[in-house]
Design a protein around this ligand. Sequence first.
Ligand code: NAP
Ligand code: MG
Length: 498
Amino acid sequence: MATFTLNPRRRGRPAPELIFGDLWPYDPAPETADPKLLARYGLFINGRFTPAKSGQVFDSINPATERKLAELARAGTADVNAAYAAAQRAFDTTWGRMPGRERAKYLFRIARLLQDRAREFAVAETMDGGKPIKESRDFDVPMAAAHFFYHAGWADKLDYVAPGRRVAPLGVVGQVIPWNFPLLMCAWKLAPALAMGNCVVLKPAETTSITALKLAEIIQDADLPPGVVNIVTGAGEVGAAVMGHRTAAKVAFTGSTEVGKSILRSLAGTDQKMTLELGGKAANIIFDDAPLDQAVEGVINGIFFNQGHVCCAGSRLLVQESIAGRVLAKLKQRLQVLRVGDPLDKNTDLGAINSREQLRKITALVKAGVREGAELYQPACVLPARGWYFRPTLFSGVTMSQRIAREEIFGPVLSILTFRTPEEAVEKANNTAYGLSAGVWTDKGARILKLATELKAGVVWANTYNKFDPASPFGGYKESGFGREGGRQGLLDYCRLA
Ligand code: NAP
Ligand code: MG
């Protein structure tokens, strides 16, 4: 272990030891804003917070400390029925009849109130889900506000969504979202539905419902008519009740391919509309003419962003054989200086894994990778004693048949494969059941354009990764689902055309 005495602020204090490699210890820099959490949250139905009819509750846990944050109501069928009845009433009496320019005012209000309370929301999001504060502060919360602003701008221009056609809202929409971007997924789901004039029953994930309920506070403050947005909390069976309700004119689901398929089966034969945003196993492809440092930074961002809890994570790296050794060395170096730990610390790069269950899944797949013969690399970082954490992990020498190359890990684990020709890269990238996203790193514009058409992925990033914009539609091919969120295409999924 090395020591250093360089920091003048530390003069007179014992020289701290470097934890590993060249990682300098920083003083703790915790974000201190008050997340303003209540001890207990009800269901948000018809504009009011109410306990579940059964009186049942469950705990929301902070994955970084394993401590309870708040008690949430567990909805039952009667509560889901009440939420749908409120939504249908609001659609028939207010929201569905309101001119778009009036709906826009409410959406602008929600966006601005969210900006006003941005720090509070960022801290709440980090405490509930485990993601680093710099991500919730700089990505999740601003991007959620941006989605409301963007769709507020559309609400009085809906005649341009499908030029030459008239658009009409569908009615009541049921929505179920996952735990990886809790507030942002609320915004992705609510903003286009509301802009179009639909009313909503939404279920957040059991482990991350708090920011959805805080958004309900904003919805109250924005004076949205009661029943336009209803939020019911609970686990998978509540999700199934929301997705299977006969009142829903459309259901929108984001989550795993497995649950998505079961929803698809249960709705077969009905006339309900449906969009599914499911899993992914994206390839990030580096050619030998790419600017390597930039590419390595993009690969790191692509897989370690939000602990790899990202459906479009670049979880497979395809690197051209001639530069594979250099890229691997650079990646290892970069991994050594990633800071893993307290998500509320502003210096933290990787926070906590969202749940014990997810940690178990990641651990099992990594063990499978080792068993199947891939070469494992993990930096020797010290993980906090409490909470659910996983070291950033690289696997080299991976082959297409191994589970770590095929299955979605949804954790900070990168599988590295090599290729020789562009054709081989495309073939390997497309050799997956999924098709959500891909990345290409090369100096040649023509190659980017060619690959963008050949890669079967809803999004192809070129010389960058994980870039989002509310105007840019997002969605999958194959088992990654169907339908788009964002942009004009996203709005088309929330309307009837006449
Ligand atoms: P999940 O298990 O499918 O859960 C997603 C949501 O569905 C949660 O709210 C869950 O409730 C609920 N649910 C569970 N069983 C259900 C059922 N039978 N019927 C209806 N709803 C049900 O997925 P996850 O593990 O939370 O999320 C990770 C997955 O989401 C990954 O596969 C990821 O790729 C995918 N994802 C996709 C996108 C995209 O845009 N394509 C974005 C983000 C995530 P509880 O969790 O409360 O039990
Ligand atoms: Mg939680």
